[in-house]
Design a protein around this ligand. Structure first.
Ligand code: DAK
Length: 264
């Protein structure tokens, strides 16, 4: 069991909860946190038993209040490039994780924190959540994928308004524009995310991962290519042990029990 200092990782019944754990700095992203996150994502990728990941923040104020300003303030141009590369790599690694990932945003999700949530498959928020890309106030622009993932999710016009103004959005405003799926009280947030994760974890791991990959690949291509990707993935899934179990269980009028892994 690896002991981390800037994150916490717990795994129960196939559900991993990764908590950003620098509450005194509102869980701001520094190099050490990014390195630990990268390590944890590698470990989760290698663990066949993990079916869903939830990300959340320690304390009651923040998911992640952005990149650690005290660290980026000291960076040389080369250091900034290395920091950007580390951040982009780890956030891409998160987005490319085969299993579903839910962001449970419990407070400030600003800058790199908002971008971290955007790399998850969907976002649940507490009533206290605040979203924003305030980089423009620092004289820079989003550097961890915000200029690319936000417009894909909420549309270019709304993304431009958020990025040009740097304004904060409440949880309700974020839900209205499709950034957030659902809102809960702070106490219920992780419980609700875990309930959804448990439901997802009852599905076949291979078909979950194929659905995620197909949606993500399709978003970056034209409809015809996307449909071709879907056809191939569908055919592959139909040949899987989980498809035999799922269709067999329906015909036998019983509940399906999916035990297949990604290598079956
Ligand atoms: N970094 C470091 N420390 C932070 C922080 C941050 N982002 N945000 C908050 N803190 C610290 C505060 O300094 C304070 O520490 P102490 O003074 O207690 O030691 C503590 O957390 C509590 O914060 P406040 O006292 O400010 O709390 P308030 O409730 O008054 O305000 C706030 C909360 C979230 C509105 C405020 O803290 C705030 O505006 N924080 C900064 C938000 C922000 O601008 N975040 C950065 C966005 S820019 C790059 C790629 C990507 C990025 C950078 C580079 N490369 C291409 C190189 C990403 C950039 C960003 O994320």
């Amino acid at each position: 069991m690896v002991v981390y200092s800037s994150i916490e990782l717990t795994c129960t019944d196939g559900i991993a909860i990764l908590t950003f754990n620098r509450p005194k700095a509102l869980n701001a992203l520094n190099t050490s946190l990014l390195e630990e996150l990268s390590h944890a994502l590698n470990a989760l990728k290698a663990d066949e038993s993990i079916r869903v990941l939830i990300l959340t923040g320690a304390g009651d104020k923040a998911f992640i209040a952005g990149a650690d300003i005290s660290e980026i303030n000291t960076l040389s141009p080369l250091g900034a490039k290395q920091f950007a590369q580390a951040g982009q790599e780890v956030i891409s690694k998160l987005q490319e994780l085969a299993i579903p990932v839910i962001a449970a945003v419990n407070g400030y999700a600003l800058g790199g924190g908002c971008e971290m949530a955007l790399a998850c498959d969907f976002i649940y928020a507490s009533e206290k959540a605040v979203f924003g890309l305030p980089e423009i106030n620092l004289g820079v622009i989003p550097g961890f994928g915000g200029t690319q993932r936000l417009p894909r999710l909420i549309g270019a016009n709304r993304a431009k308004e958020m990025i040009f103004t740097g304004k904060h959005l409440t949880a309700a405003e974020a839900r209205e524009i499709g950034l957030v799926n659902k809102i809960f009280s702070p106490e219920e947030l992780v419980v609700a995310a875990t309930e959804t994760a448990k439901l997802i974890a009852t599905k076949g791991k291979a078909s979950l991962c194929a659905a995620k990959q197909t949606i993500n690949q399709g978003l970056n291509t034209d409809l015809q290519t996307g449909l071709a990707i879907e056809r191939d993935a569908f055919a592959l899934m139909l040949a899987s042990p989980d498809a035999k179990e799922g269709t067999g269980a329906f015909l036998e009028k019983r509940k399906a029990v999916f035990t297949g892994g990604l290598n079956d």
